[in-house]
Design a protein. Structure first.
Lengths: 232, 245
């Protein structure tokens, strides 16, 4: 078997295969990034909706809470199929890539919403009261007081979530998006050794995640003290 | 007509009534001190005035005009005329000293930043913190933070300043620097409603002392009458206990 592997290696690491895998890695990164970043912004608004006080905002709160609670309890793979079939029912020529991004976005929104809410709630109530008695509106309190204090709490787990999602996007290979795992399966089907192919993409996943993890840790250390960014 | 007129105000946290029928008045230039045991509703009364806790009954008038705590505009107007300093200072942790003092006048009231910063500089000089403009709250002692909080409240140019146990969270050696700052405000003729456990200070600066217990006003009058010669047994017990130290 080792002999077979040794024979295959030069052929496998050919230019064509490498370009294919690099492209696939790019697809993996891009859809994770797009899905998570868009999801983050939607999540931010969901949390704002969820924390809107008053009787009239009750439907808003209900929508936000239901979304967050429901989608965190559905397996990602099921969300992918659901999005695939729902979208294909209405748009027959929808690209698989956009379907994958939407699925990632739906899932990331529900999870990052909880991260954002945790960040907002880490800011002491007294900070909000101090703003309230000075006539800050809710929006002004959010941007001037809550967000600057909450983002050091929000950013590290949000980045950690995105990094872990780079791996989880392997599931979208199930619907045929040309990402890393899908290409690996293709190459495997073409006759390349499974050990070689999946070993290679395992390494690729690692080299994508690890630097980002270190970046996340670096950011976390930098964000550890409040007011740091303005200090001499 | 009184400057601030509190009539039969009640307030509750859930089903627990914290204020049951409180009435008192504050006139321009007066210092009114609320005293009484913990849980007697003193701080809650200040919170009700600022619209942080809703009153469940009664009326509050500013210069004869009723504050409608159900209406945002009315509460906002009241907050433009009264400012509160909290026991725990509650400075914005993400802003330096200058930022804390200027944020509301500049961003909320829309005043000219230069003008506000000049004014803030004078206020910070007044509270003895000219050299701390760029310090962040966590780099300051409790006494310094509380003086910043007082400067922040004054930057709003309130007609009435509410002080909620502003020295209670401080180490003993830091209490005096804050009391001195308040003395200077009294000398300027600032109208104040203060909650305090510093009886010596209350006796010195207050025009009227209001003794509260269990959400009600027990006695009210000049410091001498109330602190030294209270009519009710409840007030005599309270002052007897805290003055013995």
């Amino acid at each position: 078997m080792l002999e077979r592997l040794a024979n295959e290696i030069p052929r496998f690491f050919s230019g064509n295969n490498m370009i294919l895998l690099l492209e696939a890695a790019g697809t993996t990164l891009l859809m994770t990034f797009l899905g998570c970043v868009i999801g983050f912004f939607i999540a931010f608004n969901l949390v704002y909706m969820r924390q809107t006080p008053g009787v009239f905002a009750a439907p808003l709160r209900l929508v936000a809470i239901s979304y967050i609670e429901v989608f965190r309890r559905i397996p990602f793979l099921v969300i992918i199929y659901l999005v695939l079939f729902l979208i294909q029912a209405f748009v027959s020529n929808a690209s698989l890539f956009s379907i994958a991004v939407i699925a990632i976005c739906i899932y990331a929104t529900a999870y990052t919403a909880e991260i954002i809410r945790g960040g907002f709630e880490s800011v002491p109530r007294q900070q909000v009261e101090a703003a309230t008695v000075m006539n800050f509106s809710r929006w002004q309190t959010l941007w001037n007081v809550i967000v600057p204090q909450a983002w050091p709490v929000i950013i590290p787990p949000a980045i950690a979530f995105m990094i872990s999602f780079i791996k989880d996007t392997a599931l979208v290979s199930q619907v045929g998006v040309f990402e890393l795992t899908f290409r690996a399966k293709e190459l495997n089907n073409q006759g390349y050794s499974g050990i070689l192919v999946f070993g290679t993409i395992a390494f690729a996943y690692f080299t994508m995640s690890y630097p980002l993890t270190r970046f996340g840790q670096w950011l976390e250390a930098r964000l550890a003290s409040p007011g740091h960014q303005k200090r001499p | 007509m009184h400057h601030l007129d509190i009539r039969n105000v009640r307030s509750a946290y859930g089903k627990t009534e914290v204020l049951s029928d409180v009435s008192l008045t504050v006139d321009p230039g007066q210092v009114v001190a609320l005293v009484g045991p913990s849980g007697s509703g003193k701080s809650t009364l200040l919170r009700v005035l600022m619209g942080l806790n809703p009153p469940t009954a009664g009326e509050i008038h500013l210069d004869g005009e009723r504050i409608d705590y159900q209406r945002k505009a009315s509460v906002r107007a009241a907050r433009d005329r009264m400012a509160i300093v909290f026991q725990q200072y509650n400075l914005f942790q993400n802003m330096d000293v200058m930022g804390n003092v200027t944020v509301a006048p500049v961003k909320i009231k829309g005043r000219n930043r230069r003008e506000v910063e000049d004014e803030a500089g004078r206020l910070l000089a007044k509270v003895g913190l000219s050299d701390k403009h760029k310090a962040f709250p966590d780099q300051l002692s409790g006494g310094q933070q509380q003086r910043v909080a007082i400067a922040r409240a004054l930057a709003l140019k309130p007609e009435i300043l509410l002080l909620d146990e502003v020295t209670s969270a401080l180490d003993p050696e830091l209490v005096n620097e804050v009391l001195d700052t308040i003395r200077a405000l009294v000398a300027d003729g600032m109208t104040m409603l203060i909650v305090s456990h510093e009886m010596g200070f209350v006796r010195e600066v207050a025009d009227t002392v209001v003794m509260m217990d269990k959400g009600q006003v027990v006695e009210m009058g000049a410091p001498k009458e109330i602190i030294d010669a209270a009519n009710t047994q409840r007030a005599r017990d309270f002052f007897g206990k805290i003055l013995r130290h």
